[in-house]
Design a protein. Structure first.
Length: 295
């Protein structure tokens, strides 16, 4: 089964062009299943039955795996065994009938507009790193980029005169995301002064740099954001994704079209974006209950 998994991951990388993170997640799920199968004396995919898969998933659930993680493992099994069947490495796709677990739908956590302003005000822009941090947070809130997309922005991706950034998202899909005036201004300020100081005469294609002049990492930005959240006395759970959710929610509250928000966020399916309508409905209900005379 190990050789089949290697061939399948290679297929995901070369023919499907899926991200490294997706490949790693899928590999981890399939190797976990392969290790379980070996303990059951199942060395070939053709020997695996639907009952075996169900036993494996039941064992994973008893081990305390969350429904969201089990769903990822089921999806990995489904696409792997479908691929095996299409290449006639097994007689037929036995994983097709595996049901996906029902997922509880949680409303995404967001910051309201005054809290976003408080976060931005906590940044000391008299310092080079402060200018960088303000530009990063402004760009994140202005565009709703994923944190990996944000730290990967290159100078060549910026089109400040036209007010948009080119972004390479999941599945290596390119999208164009508008940038507002304030984010544009802060990026210009950072690029003209602080970025040059961080480079110390060297060159880099990346927009956002660490203190040594190298590319800033995802973890590096998480630490930056946590520090400012603490300084602004914001919730300890503040993360880059909370600002992404805030971007989408604030657009929706001000009348933006859901389809436009989907394109800006880089969601492949509109149903992923529709969770934000639940946020808006919840807030509308609160407003109605508070202000309608007959509520």
């Amino acid at each position: 089964m190990r050789a089949d998994i290697e061939d399948f991951i290679l297929y995901l990388a070369t023919e499907r062009g899926l991200s490294d993170n997706y490949q790693l997640s899928t590999r981890r799920s399939l190797e976990t299943f392969a290790a379980w199968a070996r303990r059951k004396q199942l060395t070939e995919p053709a020997a695996v039955t639907l009952a075996h898969m169900q036993d494996f998933l039941a064992e994973r659930k008893r081990a305390g795996l969350a429904a969201s993680s089990i769903k990822l493992e089921i999806v990995a099994l489904k696409i792997f065994f479908r691929w095996l069947a299409l290449r006639t490495r097994i007689p037929h796709d036995i994983a097709d009938v595996l049901p996906l677990p029902r997922m509880e739908r949680y409303l995404p956590e967001t910051l309201n507009e005054p809290l976003v302003e408080r976060l931005l005000a906590a940044v000391d822009t008299t310092q080079p790193l402060g200018l960088r941090d303000r530009a990063m947070i402004e760009l994140l809130y202005a565009t709703g980029l994923r944190v990996t997309e944000l730290v990967s922005v290159r100078l060549a991706d910026l089109h400040l005169d036209e007010h948009y950034v080119t972004c390479i998202g999941k599945g290596s899909k390119e999208r164009l995301v508008p940038i507002g005036e304030q984010a544009t201004d802060w990026i210009r300020k950072y690029s003209a002064t602080a970025r040059r100081e961080l480079l110390k005469g060297r060159a880099s294609p990346r927009l956002f740099l660490n203190v040594r002049g190298g590319p800033l990492s995802r973890v590096g930005f998480w630490k930056v954001l946590k520090r400012y959240a603490l300084a602004a006395r914001l919730p300890r759970t503040l993360s880059p994704h909370v600002l992404r959710h805030s971007f989408a929610t604030h657009l929706l509250e001000r009348g933006a079209d859901l389809r436009a928000i989907q394109l800006m966020l880089g969601h492949a399916d509109l149903s992923t974006t529709q969770i934000y309508t639940h946020v808006l409905q919840a807030r509308l209900r609160t407003v109605y209950d508070r202000f309608h005379p007959r509520a």
